[in-house]
Design a protein. Structure first.
Length: 409
């Protein structure tokens, strides 16, 4: 019988964050079938009931969970204090669970992990870079690129890249950026590009009767009425809420039966719709449990992935892109976001070079003239691309290869 590899996943999340449950849990469960057992430490400022609920879910799947409270006073100082305090939790977990690899997600968990491993030098380090979070703060959060906090975090990020035995990124573009930051001697072979994989058995095109049923629950009586969809925790910040409505406005001007489903923050949607009152009665705002999202996506015709084209966005992979494609939904996506341009050939979507009104108008015409008359073929092609790049197995294979590259070194 093969000995299991034990991996300690160390993450940093705010309240109401569903990444552990919706994104990582299916990956961890699949890897457990390959003798890779996960344990979780989460730095968080979520409340006690939320932490307990997450612990119960993970424990039911054989995954241990411990939370570390994040100090929120004097934000930068509090984060650093939490990081140093978290070292003790990581060392205790390594000892108690026989950890072979520590897998920190993002920079501060990586720093805590590096400090913890000074006592356990034989334990491997798998750094999940997970985008360029500190550059996101500059692009969208008002952080100064000349400030001490940013420079410290960038130094920590570079150290994590150099120290790690393997590094996970969400795009090929991120690899070149991180190698440059890590400096001479960083081996490109230790980088692994992993998509945000989703369960293809859940995210799939719906049969016609199910599509009709979902549409009728929304109040759509005409089966072939164009139904567009936007899924996202937010419609502001890095997400292009105004452009979503501008695009829908162009579509609706030509197809009065077109409708827009918004699975997002109701408060943010309502605020934006106050500027587009003429569209309000044609929009449906839904708050859904993650397990219900695939059913609604399966009833849609076109998915919107509109993100501001900033430097930091080269390193991300939009979760909803994979969800849309697996559900057979062609997409409208911002160009230059991660590796999405090469994942969206003309047969399944349209890449927006800019967010200018003229470009949105051209994209609306493309949708109406190309997608709507040929929905079934677009649906099948989108599903095929989704299976190739975003299926859960594809994602799990990359994780396994990265872990094996450490255990067999």
């Amino acid at each position: 019988m093969f000995k299991s590899t034990h991996v300690l996943f160390v993450t940093w999340d705010g309240p109401n964050s569903f990444y552990l449950e919706s994104l990582f849990l299916p990956i961890f469960v699949s890897l457990a079938q390959r003798n890779i057992v996960f344990h979780v430490i989460q730095f968080t400022w979520a409340n006690k009931p939320e932490r307990q609920a997450l612990k119960n879910i993970l424990n039911r799947h054989g995954i241990t969970y411990q939370s570390v409270p994040v100090l929120r006073r004097l934000l930068s100082v509090g984060s650093l204090v939490t990081t140093f305090f978290g070292v003790l939790y990581i060392r205790r977990a390594i000892k108690n669970f026989g950890i072979d690899i520590v897998m920190p997600r993002s920079t501060l968990p990586a720093m805590a992990s590096i400090l913890a491993l000074k006592v356990y030098p034989d334990v491997g380090l798998l750094f999940d870079a997970d985008g360029l979070p500190h550059d996101e703060r500059i692009d969208f959060g008002g952080m100064s690129s000349n400030g001490i906090a940013y420079r410290l975090l960038r130094d920590f990020e570079a150290l994590a890249v150099r120290r790690a035995n393997a590094v996970l990124t969400r795009s090929k573009k991120a690899i070149n950026i991180l190698i440059a930051r890590g400096g001479a001697g960083v081996n490109p072979s230790k980088f692994h590009v992993v998509t945000n994989g989703r369960d293809e058995k859940l995210f799939k095109p719906a049969p016609q009767n199910e599509r009709s049923k979902i549409r009728h629950t929304l109040g759509i009586e005409i089966d072939d009425a164009p139904l567009l969809v936007y899924v996202g925790s937010s419609m502001k910040g890095k997400y292009c809420g105004h452009e979503v409505f501008e695009f829908f406005k162009s579509v609706h001007a030509r197809r009065k039966d077109a409708r827009l489903l918004l699975i997002s923050s109701k408060a943010e949607v309502d605020l934006l719709l106050s500027e587009y009152e003429e569209l309000r009665s044609f929009c449906y705002i839904k708050k859904l449990h993650p397990t219900d999202v695939p059913r609604y996506l399966g009833a849609c015709d076109f998915g919107l992935v509109l993100i501001h084209q900033k430097f930091s966005m080269q390193a991300v992979a939009a979760i909803k892109l994979g969800e849309y494609l697996l559900c057979g939904i062609p997409v409208l996506a911002s160009s230059g976001i991660g590796d999405s341009d090469e994942l969206i050939p003309a047969g399944i979507g349209y890449s927006l070079p800019t967010m200018l009104p003229g470009e949105l108008e051209v994209a609306a015409n493309w949708f109406l003239k190309n997608v709507l008359p040929d929905r079934e073929r677009f649906r099948q092609r989108s599903r095929n691309v989704g299976l190739k790049y975003f299926a859960l197995k594809t994602c799990v294979d990359v994780y396994e290869n990265a872990i094996k590259s450490i255990t067999t070194r």
